[in-house]
Structure formats: structure tokens, C-alpha cells
Design a protein around this ligand. Structure first.
Ligand code: KG4
Ligand code: ZN
Length: 338
């Protein structure tokens, strides 16, 4: 790009959002186009991988063109092409990868593959220009729940993750059981505000002492059992109370473990990332605990919490600066380790 700045065209297609963005110097999103398929997958109560791939294929070229247009940029001004290479739905990842490779080959620009979780964390560099590593991050979304120690722009250590369902997945499943619709996270967030979290108690699952892992698969059964038991007794169920009770059981564990990870490692900053990071109760609980212990909490605005390509462009900037490029043989990996 001109003026000694670096401009990256980034593509994200790991799940049900087809997204492209132009990011300058890792901190400024000149454009951030997101074509969501939520309305299509709503009918099925969740993302159908094959349908997601087909829609990515239809949407990817217009979305990339829109991202360049919104940024008032042409390919001549782009320094590198970044793309999510995993983890995610393999068919969905491959559409983004094929597109990014085609642009890289046709324009002879470097290609940079980005890990989706790393991207989510980097959304915070766009939202908070003063933020620099090291810090503790909680990545909480429909596909992941990880506590990550971010050592540097290009290096992080996962301290723990979910052993079964991701937190967002638990939100979506419980919302379905409660008849709320899809995606369940934002719906539970809203309805729980009208409920009393003390009315219905669900088990908090902490696993072994000192573990930063999570397990959320049991809570859906807990909610189902509670509903069946109440129905058998002829009692009416309060959806707001159940939603609030469920949310409290998930978030209490998440917040406790994140605080423990930060405090035990002497980190004075916590960074939130991923779709569930948009949750109002999670933000409030973590903020209260951070205030109590003198820690600073960073979180992105909702549009940078859920899947987007600006976060991928930001992550790619730091790999670009380190000269960490990928070849055209870059492959998509559904369960790519961080
Ligand atoms: O990061 P994301 O767009 O996709 C993945 O990488 O998984 O996250 C989507 C997830 C969904 O499970 C959705 O229900 C959840 O984020 N989510 C929320 C909220 N907004 C989105 N969960 C709880 N509260 C919210 N406000
Ligand atoms: Zn995501």
C-alpha cells in the first residue's frame, strides 16, 4: 500500500458467514463485509455443512468485491491475501481457501493462512488500538471455548478447552429445548434478563482441581430433565428462569476459570473473543470480577465478536511482519491445532 502501510485482503468462511475485509496495519478495518446464512440455517435449527458450502460458493466473489469497493481499494494496493485455514467445516473452509489462492496466484501476492481462534483474539487489536500482548484471553463461541495465554502477536498457549460441547453450542441446544429458536445465544441472553438465576439451579461442572478445561454437554440433559420433571408434576415452566439458571451455571464456571488463569499467571488484562463474548451477562460478570481484582477487561463490539474477516486480516498483519507466508499448497484443516 502507499505511505509505507500494509493492506491485507482477508477472507473468512469457516462456518456460516461468508466474509471479506481490507485491514491496514493490523489495526484499521477499511471494510468488513459479512454475508450471514443464519436465515437459511434457521429452518434446520443449526448449520448444515453442505448447504453452508454451497452458499459460500455463491457469495464469496461478490463479498470480496464488496470488501474492496467499501475500502475504496483495488488489488494493486493490497500487499497480501489472508484466509482462515482452520478449524471449521472443511467444505466451507475450502471455498475461502480456493478463492484466496486464486487471488494470490493471479496477482502474485503472498498468501497467509490464519487459525480461526487466533483471528477471534485479534479482533481486539482492531477494537482497542492500545492493546498489546501479553494478556489472558477467553475465546468463547459456537465452536470453541478456550482459555488462551497470548504471549506475543504470533504466539499463544492454550491452557484449556472444552472436552465436549462449546459454550455457544450449549446455548444453541438449550434454546432449542426451550423452543426459543436459532441461534440461541442472543435469545437466551435477552430472555434471561427477565428471569431469576436463583430459581432453577443447574450443576456447575469444574472437572479436576486446577483444570482449565470445560464440559457443557451435561447441562442440556440437566435442562431437559428439569422440564420433564416439572411437566410430570403438572407445574408450569418459567422459560426466563430456566434460561437465567442455565446461563448462570455456564458463565460462573467460565468466569471462575478465566479469572484463576489470569491471576495465577500474573496477567493484569483479560481479553474476550468469539460469538458468546457478545453476551451481556458474561461481560457484566467478568467486569465485576476484574474490578474486584484490579484487572482490565477488553472486549470487541458485537460485530467483531461473531465471525468476520477483519479479525483474520489483523492476525495476518503480524504474520506478514514476521515474513510468515504460506505456499499455494496451504490446506484447510477441520481440527487445526493452535
Ligand atoms: O464466533 P461465532 O460467530 O462462530 C463460531 O466460531 O462458532 O459464534 C457463534 C455463537 C453461536 O453459538 C451463538 O449462539 C453465540 O455465538 N452467541 C451468543 C450471543 N451472540 C452470539 N451467545 C450468548 N449470548 C450472546 N449474546
Ligand atoms: Zn468463530
Amino acid at each position: 500500500m502507499k505511505d509505507g502501510k500494509t493492506a491485507i485482503l482477508a477472507i473468512e468462511s469457516s462456518c456460516d458467514e461468508t466474509a471479506a475485509a481490507v485491514v491496514v496495519d493490523g489495526r484499521q478495518a477499511l471494510s468488513n463485509v459479512i454475508s450471514s446464512q443464519i436465515e437459511i440455517h434457521k429452518a434446520y435449527g443449526g448449520v448444515v455443512p453442505e448447504i453452508a458450502s454451497r452458499h459460500h460458493l455463491d457469495n464469496i466473489n461478490p463479498v470480496v468485491e464488496q470488501a474492496l469497493c467499501d475500502a475504496d481499494t483495488t488489488m494493486d494496493e493490497i500487499d497480501a491475501i489472508a484466509v482462515t485455514c482452520g478449524p471449521g467445516l472443511i467444505g466451507a473452509l475450502l471455498i475461502g481457501l480456493a478463492t484466496a489462492k486464486a487471488y494470490a496466484l493471479a496477482t502474485d501476492k503472498p498468501l497467509i493462512g490464519i487459525h480461526h481462534i487466533h483471528g477471534h483474539i485479534c479482533a481486539n487489536y482492531i477494537a482497542h488500538p492500545d492493546l498489546e500482548p501479553p494478556f489472558m484471553a477467553l475465546v468463547i463461541s459456537g465452536g470453541h471455548t478456550n482459555i488462551v495465554e497470548v504471549n506475543d502477536y504470533n504466539s499463544c498457549t492454550i491452557l484449556g478447552g472444552t472436552r465436549d460441547d462449546a459454550a455457544g453450542e450449549a446455548y444453541d441446544k438449550v434454546a432449542r429445548v426451550l423452543g426459543l429458536g436459532y441461534p440461541g445465544g442472543p435469545l437466551i441472553d435477552e430472555i434471561a434478563k427477565k428471569g431469576d438465576p436463583e430459581k432453577v439451579h443447574f450443576k456447575r461442572v469444574y472437572l479436576e482441581k486446577g483444570s482449565y478445561d470445560f464440559s457443557f454437554s451435561g447441562i442440556k440433559t440437566g435442562v431437559l430433565n428439569y422440564i420433564n420433571q416439572e411437566q410430570q408434576q403438572g407445574r408450569e415452566i418459567s422459560v426466563p428462569d430456566v434460561a437465567a439458571g442455565f446461563q448462570e451455571a455456564v458463565l460462573e464456571v467460565v468466569v471462575d476459570k478465566t479469572m484463576d488463569a489470569a491471576l495465577s499467571r500474573g496477567e493484569d488484562r483479560i481479553v474476550l473473543a468469539g460469538g458468546v463474548a457478545a453476551n451481556s451477562r458474561l461481560r457484566q460478570m467478568l467486569q465485576d470480577r476484574c474490578d474486584e481484582h484490579g484487572l482490565k477487561l477488553y472486549s470487541p463490539p458485537p460485530i467483531l465478536c461473531t465471525d468476520n474477516a477483519a479479525m483474520i486480516g489483523c492476525a495476518a498483519h503480524y504474520r506478514y511482519m514476521a515474513g510468515a507466508f504460506d505456499g499455494l499448497d496451504l490446506d484447510g484443516v477441520a481440527d487445526l491445532p493452535l
